[in-house]
Design a protein around this ligand. Structure first.
Ligand code: PDD
Length: 282
């Protein structure tokens, strides 16, 4: 495995970050998770747009131009000889001193890790996941804006811990008002009487790129789609529920908090959307 580290391509053993790096000390940085399908970077422009927007919002200067970043991604994939896989692109504030002042960090660090990825089995896509809602609340725009894909993932890690304790793969996080926000690392959709719903991002969700792809697919396939807030009750009584994410793609949910969703397996619209999603990435 070859890792991109500030312009160099180094081995896994040599890919080291300083203990004074503010990404490590404070979660001060941003990242993207990107898929490679058939040797192509899926939605590269969209991921880089989100990365550079996140950087601007937190006043982090990425030392590479957009084109240079794209080139670095391509070269990292090439050196790892990957046709299908996953890229983790990290930009941290870089090494500074122990204080939290970013002025003490002269240069951001850019790291690109590319590797194989197998997150869920084909059975999981067909049968659906069991999920639970958790007590951890999503930070909303008056705290850290959920549009910023920051390295500060403690909130999400706490959701993942609750998912682990419940023995499920992904959990559902609400916002402080009790509206459904998203999973620990996935957006959420529900379907009721043929209409597809997903929470608007202001409720407390990342502007997911897979989410946007599904919204486009719904328009193309003629499924009505509404971005509106909904509650756990709406999830329990939905005909279908699914999560979307770069790693998870489109994964059905068959049970939430002990309530069986629809027929207790991936429903017809979810199955159709997954099939069409896979066609678009090929
Ligand atoms: N997840 N919500 C959160 C909190 C996320 O971390 C992610 C990405 C998503 C889905 O966004 P997208 O479709 O752009 O991946 C939603 C990880 C990093 C991943 O799936 O790779």
């Amino acid at each position: 495995q070859v890792i991109y580290l500030n312009g160099d391509y180094v081995t896994k053993e040599d890919a080291k970050v300083s203990v004074f790096d503010h990404g490590f000390l404070y979660g001060d940085g941003i990242f993207e998770g990107i898929r490679i399908y058939n040797g192509n970077i899926f939605k590269c422009k969209e991921h880089l747009n989100r990365l550079y927007d996140s950087a601007k919002s937190i006043m982090l200067n990425i030392p590479l131009s957009y084109g240079e970043m794209e080139q670095a991604l391509v070269e990292t994939i090439r050196r790892n000889e990957l046709r299908d896989g996953y890229i983790r692109l990290v930009v941290s504030r870089g090494p500074g001193n122990l204080g939290l002042d970013p002025l003490r960090c002269p240069a951001a660090w850019v790291i690109i890790i590319a590797e194989q990825l197998a997150i869920y089995s084909e059975e999981a896509y067909r049968d659906g996941l069991v999920s639970v809602s958790v007590s951890q609340r999503r930070n909303i725009p008056d705290a850290l804006n959920p549009k910023i894909k920051s390295l500060n993932y403690l909130n999400n890690i706490l959701v993942k811990i609750q998912a682990n304790l419940a023995g499920v793969g992904e959990a559902i996080m609400l916002n402080a008002q009790g509206y459904v926000a998203e999973g620990s690392s996935d957006n959420i959709f529900i379907i009721k009487r043929g209409v597809v719903y997903t929470p608007p991002c202001y409720v407390g969700a990342l502007e997911g790129i897979t989410r946007a792809t599904i919204i486009e697919l719904c328009a193309k396939l003629g499924y009505a789609l509404k971005e509106e807030p909904f509650t756990l009750h709406d999830v329990y009584v939905a005909d279908e529920v699914f999560f979307t994410g770069t790693a998870a793609e489109v994964i059905a949910v068959r049970e939430v908090d002990g309530r069986t969703i629809g027929e207790g397996k991936a429903g017809p619209i979810t199955t159709h959307l997954l099939a069409e999603f896979r066609k678009t990435v090929d």
